[in-house]
Write a protein that binds this ligand. Structure first.
Ligand code: FUB
Length: 473
């Protein structure tokens, strides 16, 4: 979403979505969400669709995290095609899992070696990286194009399973090291019983089928201590189904190798403006979440997708209800304190801004123009009132102002920080403004950072900000 694209459509979108959380990343086009819960935080690993793309020309993967489900921190891109010496194109769908304190990110990309799509694995000591190629070569490839969209499950007995494929589902048993495997690569039986119909290329002309597997598998196991799940339905495979446009369906089985039985649609077709869909599921703080993507960000579409999330409740037997895409998204599950150093790339919603990263300071907010803003949701002032607003900023031009406001773009002004030119977009200065007199009402608020300055040019960059407490009220 280039700044020049901020038009009447974008402004209408911003007004319409003032309370919306979906798509929950507005700074970049993001796709193929893969959630992972670790240490009280929800992480989402995504692909990155290029602005204005006419195909899935994807170069890198990105990470976002939250502890309240509405304010997401952008961790940038700790993994890209360049991380794999063998990859040259198509940084497509991926999933990360933790084992023994290490994080394994299973990806697919086009291979220079086999000239097909290949499955690779990167590793890190942290969920946000840096990640590096764990083995210096693809984990699996054979020159075919169907090796895409890996999903990983560590079973209760410790066996880790990797599955992937379009239109054939492949699987392998990972060794304990998570970067090698034992035995042959298997293939699921792509039957009508298993997936509601044969894969698209094998359908009989004129015959009606219930469904068919396409791509984007997500393998999970139902927790039998929470749900009355029959043994033969303990494993669930969710997937993009039905051809183009895709909906999300699932099948169940007594073991990852099958036999699989078609179980129905989860997210039926609707006008999401994306002809693909791709899901991931995770439980967090007592809630269940279904991640998927749409083409609903302004300027987006089939090759400019954006990740979204819905909350849902499993049925008593662990089966899925129908889940429809919404613009509202999900409710917060925790309050957000501004009385700490907050990375500026933490946001519930934003307009106009982008994020960038470098080795020195990590991720920061940039491409800020007059009228752009960042919103945080469900912010608690913990019974205190703000005393000052501090931010680390840089401007290669003339700077501008940061207005800190409550509840809306024109809401109560908490503080106004004057940002001068600092002599360069990477010449950072930490500046403070005293807060306006306010009283505490004890409620949670939306907090807006509204950016003002000369119309037209880029104003400044922000690395982080912090609100200082004043006195108890
Ligand atoms: O993001 C590129 C491809 O589009 C993914 O690998 C598929 O699952 C589909 O979402």
């Amino acid at each position: 979403m280039k700044k020049t694209m901020i038009s009447a459509t974008v402004l209408a979108f911003a007004a319409m979505t003032a309370q919306a959380q979906n798509p929950f990343v507005q700074t970049w086009y993001t796709s193929d969400p893969a959630p992972m819960v670790h240490d009280g935080r929800m992480y989402v690993y995504t692909g990155h669709d290029e602005d204005g793309a006419d195909f899935f020309w994807m170069q890198e993967w990105r990470v976002y995290s939250t502890d309240d489900m509405v304010n997401w921190q952008d961790h940038g891109s700790p993994l890209a095609l360049e991380s794999f010496s063998w990859a040259d194109d198509r940084a497509w769908a991926a999933q990360t899992v933790e084992r023994d304190g290490k994080f394994y990110w299973y990806v697919c990309a086009h291979s220079k070696i086999s000239k097909g799509m290949a499955i690779g694995v990167a590793v890190s000591d942290s969920p946000t990286g840096p990640f590096k190629d764990a083995i210096g070569k693809p984990l699996f490839e054979n020159g075919a194009w169907d090796h895409i969209d890996p999903t990983v499950l560590i079973d209760d007995d410790g066996q880790a399973w990797l599955m992937w494929g379009n239109p054939q589902v492949y699987y392998l048993k990972l060794n304990r090291d998570m970067i090698s495997y034992s035995g042959e690569v298997g293939r699921l039986d792509m039957t009508e019983e298993a997936f509601g119909g044969p894969v698209m290329g094998k359908r009989e002309k004129g015959r009606k089928y219930k469904d068919s597997y396409v791509e984007g598998p997500w393998l999970r196991k139902v927790d039998a201590s929470k749900y009355k799940v029959p043994g033969e339905k303990r494993y669930q495979l969710l997937y993009a189904a039905g051809g183009v446009p895709e909906h999300i369906s699932y099948s169940t089985a007594p073991s990852p190798t099958g036999p699989w039985t078609y179980a129905g649609e989860i997210m039926p077709l609707s006008d999401t403006k994306s002809f693909t869909n791709h899901c991931g599921v995770a439980d967090f703080k007592g809630h269940s979440y279904f991640f998927y993507h749409t083409g609903k960000l302004p300027g987006g579409g089939g090759f400019g997708r954006s990740v979204a999330v819905e909350e849902f409740k499993y049925n008593e037997d662990g089966s899925f209800p129908t889940i429809m895409p919404t613009d509202e998204g999900v409710a917060p599950v925790a309050a957000f304190s501004p009385y700490r150093k907050v990375e500026a790339e933490t946001m519930a919603f934003s307009r106009g801004v982008k994020t960038e990263q470098n080795d020195r300071i990590g991720v920061y907010v940039t491409d800020i123009h007059n009228g752009d803003y960042i919103k945080l949701q469900n912010v608690t002032f913990e019974g205190s009132v703000p005393g000052r607003f501090t931010a680390r900023v840089a401007s290669g031009l003339r700077g501008g102002q940061i207005e800190v406001r409550l509840d809306s773009l024109q809401g109560k002004l908490l503080a106004r920080l004057e940002v001068p030119g600092t002599g360069g977009w990477e010449n950072w200065q930490t500046l403070t403004a005293e807060a306006e007199e306010t009283e505490s009402d004890g409620r949670c608020h939306d907090l807006y950072l509204v950016f003002t300055g000369r119309k037209g040019p880029k104003l400044f960059n922000i690395d982080w900000w912090e609100i200082g407490k004043n006195r108890k009220k």
